[in-house]
Design a protein. Structure first.
Length: 117
């Protein structure tokens, strides 16, 4: 029994010693927060303002159940372009999203259609 315990202990210690120096020879890397902050591209102030306004309008339309899928898709495309730093695409997609959001909100004022009267 003690030989089995000694063998298991030896195997466990040997395994742990192999893992102990696994990362010793690795080069030091920058913290992840610094690496992403330095590499993140920025967009123009105009594009950022348009994106923020469109996100707020989309949230309002979503709360009223008036957000069209085309507006949502355009907003997602604008957010993706913002991540890449493409200000022109952000402006283009936010303009499309705002147009679709306004049409969705205007649709709430249409009269209800009754079927079967």
């Amino acid at each position: 029994m003690s030989k089995v315990l000694l063998a298991l202990t030896s195997v466990a210690l040997l395994g742990l010693s192999g893992c102990a120096d696994l990362y010793i020879n690795q080069p030091a890397s920058k913290p992840a927060a610094q690496a992403t902050a330095a590499a993140k591209p920025t967009i123009s102030a105009e594009a950022q303002t348009a994106l923020t306004a469109t996100q707020a309008a989309a949230k309002d339309a979503q709360a009223k159940n008036a957000l069209w899928t085309t507006a949502e898709a355009a907003l997602k495309a604008a957010e993706a372009a913002a991540e890449k730093g493409d200000s022109d695409t952000v402006l283009k997609q936010t303009k499309l999203a705002n147009d679709q959001i306004q049409k969705g909100l205007a649709q709430l004022n249409y009269p209800m259609l009754k079927v079967g009267d």
